[in-house]
Every structure is written in C-alpha cells, then in structure tokens.
Design a protein around this ligand. Structure first.
Ligand SMILES: Nc1ncnc2c1ncn2[C@@H]1O[C@H](COP(=O)(O)OP(=O)(O)OP(=O)(O)O)[C@@H](O)[C@H]1O
Ligand SMILES: [Mg+2]
Length: 258
C-alpha cells in the first residue's frame, strides 16, 4: 500500500548570494511519523524548514505539504502546518494562559478557553499559567511555544531545534509531548543537532551535509551502514553519533577527491 507522504521535498536548492546552502535536497515524511533532520550548524536545516513552511522561496525543486505545493498553494500549506521556530516566540509580558488565548482567538478556534486549559495540562503549565512568561524557565517557554503552535490541531508540525538549550529533564518533557503528538496522528518534522534526540524520537532520520541528504533511514538502517567492530567481548552497537561522524567524514573525503 502506498500512502501519500505528508511532506515531500524533491531537488530543493537554495543559495544566498554566493553561498549555496541546499544543493538538491530530497525527503519524504510519512503521515503520523516523526522525522528528524540532523545536521551541523549552518547545514541548512532552518533554511529547509523555512522553505517548506512557505516563508522563503526555493531557487529550484519542489516541496509539498499534505499534497499542497508550497510555491503555488502557500495558503493551503499554511492552513495545514504550524511552525515552532528555533527561537521561542512567546510574549513575555503576557501570562502563559494569555499567550495561548491570544493565539486561540487569532486562529478562531471554537471554545478557546477549553482548548487553552487542555494545553496547559498537557504541557504541565497549569501551575504557572497565570504568571508572566518573563518569569518562566527556558524549558517552560519552550513547552509554551510548542503548545501555542498546536492550537487548531494542524496535521503537520515543524519544530526547529525544539530542545536546544534545555536541561535533560526539560528535554525529556518536550520529547514526551512530541511523541504524544505523533501518537495522535500528527506528522512531525524536526531539526536537531542532538543525535540522541533523533535516536529517542524519530521514526526516520536524515543527515543533511553540504547541501544534500547524505543518509536517510530508520535508526536500524543507519546502524547497518556502520558495521559493529569485530573481535569484541561485549557487542557494542554504534551510537548514532559514531554513525554521523563516520558518514560525514566519508562524504568529506569523497568531495575532496573530486
Ligand atoms: N537570509 C539569509 N541570508 C544570508 N545567508 C543566510 C540566510 N539564512 C541562512 N543563511 C546562511 O545559510 C547557511 C545555512 O543556515 P541555516 O540557518 O539554514 O542553518 P542551520 O542548519 O539551521 O544551522 P543551526 O544549526 O546553526 O541553526 C548558514 O551559513 C547561514 O549563515
Ligand atoms: Mg537552524
């Protein structure tokens, strides 16, 4: 059975002046799955997410979300997505509850109070709900930011580095929230520099390096690209970090030899 991907990117290219960032990116994300786009600083993760969320035009290639083309049907794409950017977009003067209520009004959801109350519970923000966001910790802001993006139940959610700067406990809380999203059928495309995050969360992982996806698969598939060491007493599975470093250095070598 073939299902249409919730997100499909083909041959995506983007340069900023002299700087070529994307050189032909291809990826497909199955509905209801979590897909992690992994890459170093400056690899082009945010650029990719920004194009798929219609905020930036590509130079070449195509991208569709829920079957809608980002270039020709941007309004339909925007109705289908939410974007949580790399930097939290919460209003510090307002309380958590007021931030959520503002977005609920803007998106004209029916029964906004109930929706806001449900999200506060889901993201463990009920106790802090009536405090100004200026007093929140980084983890609380991040959870509020993600909660705001879920108002209106978009089928596709983009999370750009959702846990950067969070402590391990706050990170686990965000992971839990993301897993629940996917369990409820939402498609999640997230970017991360944390290999462990991809290992923990993602159904599929893609590694973006020098403008292309140089590896793409399930964690098990990626592990097969990197055979475990021979002659060992205790069988050691390679960590995703080792796979990442091995693949990126191989790709560097092949680029240099051209
Ligand atoms: N609007 C822009 N104008 C010029 N250069 C840009 C612009 N946006 C991004 N770039 C450059 O494109 C490259 C890719 O940036 P991008 O933000 O997509 O990387 P990233 O993978 O998200 O990195 P990070 O992990 O640091 O967030 C970087 O070299 C960046 O400086
Ligand atoms: Mg980025």
């Amino acid at each position: 059975m073939t299902t249409q991907p919730a997100i499909e990117i083909a041959g995506l290219e983007k340069s900023f002046g002299e700087l070529t960032v994307l050189r032909g990116v291809d990826l497909a994300v199955a509905p209801g799955s979590i897909y992690a786009l992994l890459g170093s600083n400056g690899a082009g993760k945010t650029t990719t997410i920004t194009i798929v969320s219609t905020l930036l035009a590509a130079d070449a290639g195509t991208a569709t979300v829920c079957g809608f083309d980002v270039a020709t049907q941007p309004a339909r794409v925007r109705e289908s997505i939410s974007l949580t950017g790399q930097f939290a977009a919460v209003d510090e003067i307002l309380t958590g509850r007021e931030n959520l209520a503002l977005v609920a009004r803007l998106r004209r959801v029916p029964q906004p109070r109930a929706v806001v109350a449900e999200l506060l519970v889901r993201f463990s923000l009920t106790d802090a709900a009536d405090r100004r966001v200026g007093t929140y910790s980084g983890g609380m802001r991040r959870r509020l930011d993600i909660a705001m993006s879920l108002i209106g139940d978009p089928p596709v959610v983009f999370l750009d580095e959702p846990t950067t700067g969070l402590d391990p406990q706050a990170r686990i809380e965000v992971w839990q929230a993301v897993k629940e999203l996917a369990a409820n059928g939402t498609t999640v495309l997230l970017t991360t520099q944390y290999l462990e995050e991809a290992e923990q969360l993602a159904d599929r992982i893609a590694i973006l390096h020098e403008g292309r996806i140089i590896a793409d698969g399930t964690l098990a598939e990626l592990k097969q690209l990197f055979p475990p060491a021979e002659v060992t007493y205790v069988e050691k599975q390679p960590s995703l970090e080792e796979i990442f470093l091995a693949i990126t250095s191989t790709s560097d070598n092949s680029q240099e030899s051209r």
